[in-house]
Design a protein around this ligand. Structure first.
Ligand code: SF4
Length: 307
């Protein structure tokens, strides 16, 4: 069978061994070389162009069900294996920081690669004297406690709603800075083997978002970003945003691309601000775009402050 294999940026080094395994089974394997940052991003165009019968998206859990005639789409999540001795020491540090802050009830969240480690982390935190709960995020998440860069709502939902402090178990700052501001957030990172508070960084991000909203309210011409990535494409949202902005007497045009970057937009000098209907984390890079970038989720607030 002709298979296209898609691997996200952080796991690209794994691509060759997967390709070798599939080739050994008699499949004809192609590797997608396009950048891939999330489960929302399926290499459907490449699959179509090479006539693939199957697309294997490695590393993430399913984002949403995709139906493409003649193409089977399979997600294979990556589950991290840990050095539990070092992780245990790191969790002791996390527990000390949490005790010092007066935390009692915790909301435990993690990216999908730690879904199988979560029970052990929960057990260690409970042993250290905390009550630990996990909530379920939105429709694009698969496991209780799972967060995505675009969905940190698990931290605040269900059984975790009454928790006073959020513990993010996982690597990097991309996922924890996607958790909505409101409660203290502690990162317990089993890759760096370090525990640290990230609450201030989340608050700073919220401040930058509010600054961008204010600046965008002065804009005369808006570019509306519409991505063709299957899990991001929001044509109805882009068209609605255009209509609402024009109703305010401003100019708006919809810009379509698979992937947006400051470089790709650099020559659209006439736009004063962007409304982003694609991955909401694009707006984290608003400084690089050199213009205010406002997410579609915040358009109501933007319209309210537009004079
Ligand atoms: S929309 Fe953005 S944050 Fe959400 S899964 Fe896709 S790349 Fe990640």
């Amino acid at each position: 069978m002709r298979i296209i294999l898609q691997v996200p940026e952080g796991l690209k080094q794994e691509a060759l061994s997967h390709a070798a395994r599939l080739s050994a089974q008699g499949h004809s394997v192609f590797l997608s070389a396009s950048a891939c940052f999330g489960a929302c991003d399926l290499a459907l165009d490449e699959a179509r162009h090479i006539g693939a019968k199957k697309l294997i998206h490695y590393g993430h859990a399913e984002f949403s069900r995709v139906h493409v005639p003649g193409l089977k789409v399979e997600y294979i999540p990556y589950y991290a294996e840990l050095d539990w001795k070092a992780t245990g020491v790191m969790l002791q540090k996390a527990a000390s920081l949490l005790h010092a802050s007066g935390a009692k009830k915790l909301s435990l969240v993690f990216p999908i690669q730690h879904a199988k480690n979560a029970a052990r982390v929960r057990g260690q935190l409970a042993k250290a004297g905390f009550s630990v709960a996990s909530g379920k995020g939105g429709s694009h998440t698969r496991a209780v406690g799972q967060v995505l860069g675009c969905d940190g709502t698990a931290a605040y939902s269900g059984a975790a709603r009454s928790a006073g402090t959020v513990v993010y178990f996982g690597g990097g700052k991309f996922h924890p800075t996607g958790i909505p501001a409101g409660k203290p957030v502690l990162c317990a990172d089993p890759h760096l083997q370090d525990a640290y508070w990230i609450t201030d960084e989340i608050a700073k991000q919220e401040k930058r978002k509010n600054g961008a909203l204010l600046a965008a309210s002065e804009a005369k011409t808006f570019g509306i970003l519409l991505s063709t990535k299957p899990g991001q494409m929001n044509t109805a949202g882009a068209e609605l945003a255009k209509k609402l902005i024009e109703k305010k007497g401003r100019r708006a045009e919809i810009l379509v691309a698979n992937e947006f970057s400051p470089l790709a937009l650099a020559n659209f000098l006439k736009f004063d601000a962007y409304i982003n209907t694609a991955c909401q984390r694009i707006s984290d890079d608003r400084e690089a775009y050199g213009k205010p970038v406002v997410n579609i989720a915040d358009i109501k607030r933007l319209l309210e402050i537009m004079v």
